[in-house]
Design a protein around this ligand. Structure first.
Ligand code: NAD
Length: 509
């Protein structure tokens, strides 16, 4: 499909004699083979990034913002090709690829507009007001590692690089083995926009083989992936005493209150469950519906689900594409088969669709799911949702808070105060009221991340860029500390008397 460009993209990688190729999900055919980086080459690439970083960090933030704004422009200009790459590598529907381009462009524009403000040195009250002044500045970490999975190879894998470079860091990205070309194409555009060649580098190879070398080479790691890998990586980061943000798995709940707009809620549910064929960390996998509207909700959800156009096209006439890997298809099939064997009902769907392509699966709605079924609490990461009947908001919240995760949630009600009240009781890093999944992650000024086993740290907003910095406190004194040591005791006694008088006046019993 793209041989000249393909060569140009692969030339960005360290040279290697070892190659590997993934499979195109739509067809099962091999994707172009990609050189695999050795652990030694990772160290060399990291060293080059480190040497490029000080000059980049010395440039004014406004300059760095201008480069990222140019990058955003190039991403928009190359929208169609980016979508082609993503569809080719992941099998997602065109509409979901376009959402990714939109998302990464919005992220770039957000940080291109706000980084100087987020990174501005701030004054805080000094130890002795008037005498000591204190300022906090945000220094770059140095070299940041970014590891992200195949499900959003642009929005996540590139979205996490943008604030890192704006904060003055070099970046070492480990491409997911399923989606290296999307990342390499985006990096190629970033270099055209003015990111220095050595500043952002990409390496390739299985996480189990070169992941540790990446962790060992960097000063901070932004990791997105499964909770299992997150735990392993976090132990390695702890050993090296480096920080990490860990954006991990979820089993996200939706609560539908008795007063919800059922048409809107079912439309929102279909988007939140089946976008990206359910391979979405913030996708909805369980829905708790008030008993007074349960039957109508399920009926409308099933009707809308059956209207989805599933297929392998490169146009906008498809609503849901393929699963990306055999592993995701197998997990989806296994969870559904286990649930059906133990008494659940498939209200629609329930089967793989090899007639559409090797990794397709029908969008599936289950009822009658119980706690002993694997799908009840385990993340499926496929196009399937379980719908449960509840008797009250309190029961819905209690059940939504079951399990180990806490990434994203959704609440539907016509009463926004009730929505906010329920949201405050749900254990999740983001809660979308009257939206399935998108409004919180698209609010780029707001932090996004997980509670409990869904991770630590946040992307987006001020938190999303400050994680890539070291806060440094600098105090200055007009009068240098020059009093003799023997005066210390007298001074401390006087301060103690003053504090006692102040507290006595304030807290007289
Ligand atoms: P995974 O943990 O198996 O792999 C994620 C990435 O980590 C891959 O690129 C892989 O190569 C790399 N990796 C694997 N082992 C490694 C190691 N030892 N050291 C360093 N890197 C290593 O995850 P997956 O199953 O491919 O992705 C799906 C998971 O990601 C789901 O659980 C999903 O919920 C989660 N996810 C979370 C978010 C979020 O923002 N919270 C977003 C997307 C996906």
């Amino acid at each position: 499909m793209l041989s000249a460009l393909h060569e140009e993209l692969l030339a960005q990688l360290p040279a290697s004699d070892e190659f590997s190729c993934a499979t195109a999900p739509f067809t099962g055919e091999p994707l172009p083979s990609v050189p695999q980086t050795s652990a030694e080459a990772v160290a060399a690439v990291a060293a080059a990034g480190r040497s490029a970083q000080p000059a980049w960090a010395a440039r004014p933030v406004r300059d760095r913002e201008a480069v990222v704004a140019r990058f955003a422009r190039l991403l928009v200009d190359h929208h169609d090709r980016l979508c082609d790459f993503m569809q080719w590598e992941t099998g997602k529907a065109r509409v979901h690829a376009a959402v990714e381009v939109q998302g990464v462009v919005a992220t770039a524009l957000h940080y291109a507009a706000h980084s100087a403000r987020y990174l501005r040195e701030c004054r805080v009250r000094g130890a002795v007001p008037g005498l000591v002044s204190a300022r906090v500045g945000y220094r770059p970490k140095g070299l940041v590692g970014v590891i992200a999975p195949w499900n959003y190879p642009l929005f996540l894998a590139v979205g996490d690089v943008i604030p890192a470079v704006l904060a003055g860091n070099a970046v070492l990205s480990k491409a997911d083995s399923q989606t290296p070309l999307t990342l390499l194409y985006a990096r190629h555009l970033a270099v055209r926009a003015g990111i220095p060649d050595a500043l952002w580098q990409v390496v390739t190879g299985p996480g189990s083989r070169i992941g540790p070398a990446v962790v060992d080479a960097v000063d901070y790691l932004s990791f997105t992936g499964s909770t299992r890998t997150g735990r392993e990586i976090s132990r390695r980061c702890a050993d090296r005493l480096i920080g990490a943000s860990l954006e991990l798995g979820g089993k996200n709940p939706m609560i539908v209150c008795a007063d919800a707009d059922i048409r809107a809620a079912t439309r929102g549910a279909v988007q939140a469950v089946f976008s990206n064929a359910g391979q979405m960390c913030i996708g909805i996998e369980r829905i708790y519906v008030h008993e007074s509207i349960f039957d109508r909700f399920v009926r409308e959800l099933v009707t809308r689900t059956e209207q989805l156009r599933v297929g392998a096209g490169y146009g906008y006439d498809v609503d849901m594409g393929s699963l990306t890997s055999r592993r995701q298809l197998e997990t989806t099939e296994k969870h559904i088969a286990d649930a059906l064997a133990r008494g659940a009902t498939a209200m629609t769907g329930g089967r793989a669709r090899p007639d559409l392509g090797p990794l397709f699966h029908e969008p599936t709605v289950l009822t009658g799911v119980t706690a002993e079924m694997a799908i009840y609490a385990e993340e499926t990461f496929g196009p399937v949702v379980s719908v449960y009947r509840v008797a009250s908001d309190a029961e819905a919240v209690r059940r939504a808070n079951e399990g180990e995760y806490g990434l994203s949630a959704s609440v539907w009600t016509r009463d926004l105060r009730r929505g906010r009240r329920i949201a405050a009781e749900v254990v999740a890093g983001s809660v979308n009221v009257n939206d399935g999944y998108l409004s919180a992650i698209a609010s780029l000024g707001a932090p996004m991340g997980g509670m409990r086993s869904s991770g630590t740290g946040r992307r987006h907003g001020r938190e999303g860029i400050l994680r890539y910095t070291e806060p440094q406190t600098v105090t200055t004194q007009r009068i240098p500390t020059a009093y003799p040591d023997r005066l210390r005791g007298t001074l401390l006694a006087a301060m103690n008397a003053g504090t006692r008088a102040l507290l006595g006046a304030r807290h007289r019993s």
